[in-house]
Design a binder for this molecule. Structure first.
Ligand code: DC
Length: 230
């Protein structure tokens, strides 16, 4: 018997993917794979090495030379995901505004995607995973037993991000944040390589008026129907 099914969760920034993916993974005791964190790690390294964001060749080389590992640590009763890049914990650094502003450029480079998609497939090889991103259902795990495409209005998504940042003590202009999210979605959806797109066999869930719990419960129900065992 395998270790469980594969669940692909795609959608734009702020649609609630990571919170929901984490909750679903916990429920089934599956591994949660945050693919956005991997693109962020390569972006951080590019910034540290002052690699121009339009140098696709250098960015590809960098992605191929970077060791990225997702590590789970138990802390205060929670399993926390830590992102390890070349042996260093970069979990906080990859969430900086600087990284957020450049990550779309790095993730649009074909060679970077080839390197990271391979790594993501290796991680998901044995099943029992919840993977979130933009191209999981379409490219990374086309045979996933369950594919979900999460959306929410731009207003709602920017409100969620704003609250998330505020909770961390970071105050930003709500209008600027909305504009940033809108731009990133547009860029991620219109790039040539593996754009953000709903897979034909993915189930669309609009989370604008739903709570995290409601969405999580719905996905758990769907996953059980597709062979996931609680
Ligand atoms: O989910 P996130 O905001 O951490 O993702 C950061 C960026 O990485 C996002 O702007 C698009 C890109 N990304 C991608 O191109 N493909 C993925 N599978 C995951 C993220």
């Amino acid at each position: 018997m395998g270790k469980g099914i594969s669940i692909a969760l795609d959608g734009p920034a702020g649609s609630g993917k990571s919170t929901i993916a984490r909750a679903v993974a916990l429920k089934f005791n599956y591994i949660y794979i945050d693919t956005g964190a991997m693109y962020r790690a390569v972006t951080l390294k590019a910034l540290q090495n002052k690699i121009p964001m339009d140098n696709g060749e250098a960015l590809t080389q960098l992605a191929n030379q970077t060791l990225i590992r997702l590590k789970y640590i138990e802390s205060e009763g929670f399993s926390q995901l830590r992102v390890i890049m070349d042996g260093a914990d970069v979990s906080d650094a990859i969430r900086s505004l600087e990284v957020t502003n450049s990550v779309s450029l790095v993730s649009a480079v074909a060679g970077v995607r080839v390197a990271l998609v391979k790594l993501q497939r290796d991680m998901a090889q044995e099943g029992g995973v919840v993977m979130d991103g933009r191209d999981i259902g379409t490219v990374v795990l086309p045979d996933a037993e369950l594919k979900i495409f999460l959306t929410a209005s731009v207003k709602e998504r920017s409100k969620r991000r704003w609250l998330e940042l505020k909770a961390k003590g970071i105050e930003v202009d709500p209008d600027e944040l909305e504009e940033q999210i809108r731009k990133r979605d547009e860029f991620d959806s219109n790039r040539e390589v593996n754009p953000l797109r709903q897979a034909d066999d993915a189930i669309l869930l609009d989370t604008t008026a739903l709570s995290i719990e409601e969405v999580t419960d719905r996905i758990i129900e769907l996953a059980v129907a597709r062979g996931g065992e609680l």
